[in-house]
Design a protein around this ligand. Structure first.
Ligand code: PRT
Ligand code: ZN
Length: 286
């Protein structure tokens, strides 16, 4: 049975470091050739192909790679026969329409008959069709933000993250067309063995993602507060309670979600919790 999976990862760019970091946190070790075109894992049946992000959906669809990590924006734009098998939560960004600051804009109808520069003609075309707007799409491959300044277009449709590129180019974001994050994609026809390996990989990725969203918390509290504090930090089942070498006091150990963190800490202090320690979790299987 062929268990070996070939995974395509961006060679160098915004997705590379986070993709490799995730693989490392999954406990997968690879030889030093990761700077080259190909690398092999030493403790998991996976080979790496290092590619330009634009080529990843096509290579996965053609079976050159079996799975890949790519921005959802690129996956949708390339419209290849691939499917999302897991969302990875990093490289979050949006594809937005922007116009020169101060230009008249009151909704998509303002784009009627205008020229819009973009590297994402398919996604933009779908948006305009959906809004019933007829505009001229000018496909350009880079530096889209300078298009209005040089008279190439009246608007642009480009990836935005912090918004500072738009700001420094005198542009204003007026419409969000698509929201994106890194996704793990696969070709639909993986063999039984490869699907097994993919399931194992996704299992590990989930354990890493859950761990990143949670923290391990330890605190000291008066014994008569166990019930109230347990309500605040119920953990996976219930907190562990350890007696302290001081009568009437216990130590409680639990897991707390990153999002609830500050609110819960304040409530714990109000209940008399002391010596609160919060430590990262490496892996978490729920
Ligand atoms: O060389 P290769 O073709 O592999 O890489 P690339 O240059 O085409 O892509 P890369 O590495 O720039 O981006 C890879 C993926 O990261 C994208 O497809 C998105 O899914 C995601 N991503 C997340 C971003 C951004 N954030 C981002 N800010 N991609 C591009 N940008 C650019 C954007 O094009 C604009 O020029 O950053 C600028 C805007 O950023 P802010 O922060 O100023 O708003
Ligand atoms: Zn690219």
């Amino acid at each position: 049975m062929n268990l070996k999976l070939k995974i395509a990862i961006q060679k160098s760019g915004r997705l590379s470091e986070d993709s490799l970091q995730l693989i490392r946190e999954c406990g997968i070790k690879f030889n030093n050739g990761i700077g080259k075109l190909k690398a092999e894992a030493t403790n998991f049946p996976i080979d790496f192909l290092l590619l330009r992000d634009d080529d990843i959906p096509g290579y996965v669809a053609d079976g050159v790679a079996d799975v890949g990590i790519v921005g959802e924006n690129v996956m949708v734009e390339k419209a290849q026969k691939v499917e999302i098998v897991h969302r990875l939560g990093f490289s979050k960004c949006r594809l937005s329409i922007a116009v020169p600051r101060g230009a008249h804009y009151d909704g998509p109808a303002s784009l009627q008959g205008k020229r819009i520069a973009t590297s994402y003609p398919r996604i933009l075309g779908q948006f305009l069709a959906q809004e019933g707007v007829n505009a001229e799409i000018h496909e350009i491959s880079g530096s889209v933000e300078i298009a209005p300044g040089i008279g190439l277009a009246e608007a642009i449709c480009d990836i935005v993250s912090s918004g500072s590129t738009l700001f420094t180019n005198g542009l204003e974001e007026v419409e969000t067309v698509f929201r994106s994050e890194a996704v793990l994609i696969a070709q639909p026809g993986l063999s039984g063995g490869q699907s097994q390996t993919l399931d194992k990989l996704i299992f590990r990725i989930k354990a890493v993602q859950v761990a990143r969203n949670n923290k391990y918390i330890l605190l000291n509290a008066p014994e008569d507060k166990i019930v109230t504090i347990t309500r605040l930090i119920p953990g996976m089942k219930a907190p562990s309670v350890v007696k302290l070498a001081r009568p009437g006091w216990v130590s409680l150990h639990s897991v707390i979600n990153e999002n609830d963190f500050w609110e819960v800490i304040e409530a714990l202090q109000a209940e008399g919790a002391e010596g609160i320690l919060v430590v990262p979790i490496e892996k978490m299987i729920v």
